[in-house]
Ligand binder design. Sequence first.
Ligand code: SF4
Ligand code: SF4
Length: 91
Amino acid sequence: MNINEKLSTLKYNKDKDSHLSVDNNICRKCIKKVCTYICPANVYEWNDNSSSLIIRYENCLECGACKIACEKNNIQWRYPSAGCGVKFKNG
Ligand code: SF4
Ligand code: SF4
C-alpha cells in the first residue's frame, strides 16, 4: 500500500479554525521552505502570486514534523479542537 492509499483510509473532521499558522513575513525570507516537502500530507504549498503559504490544515496528520523541521521556528502548532482533526481508526 503506498502513502496515498494509506492516507485515503483516514477520516478527518475539519475544525472551523486552523490549528497551524505562520508569519508569512518570515516565510518570505526562508530559502529552503522545508515545510513544503517534509509534510507527508502536503499541507503546505508556497504561492508565488500571494507570496504566502497555503496551509491545508484539514489534511494534517498531527505528526508534528513541520514544527520541528522549520528552521525559523515559525510554525505555531496546537492540536485541533476536541473531536476535530484526523481519526486513525474507524469507530
Ligand atoms: S519552513 Fe518555516 S519559515 Fe520556511 S516557509 Fe515553511 S513555515 Fe515558513
Ligand atoms: S503536523 Fe505533520 S501532517 Fe500536520 S502539517 Fe505538520 S508535517 Fe504535515
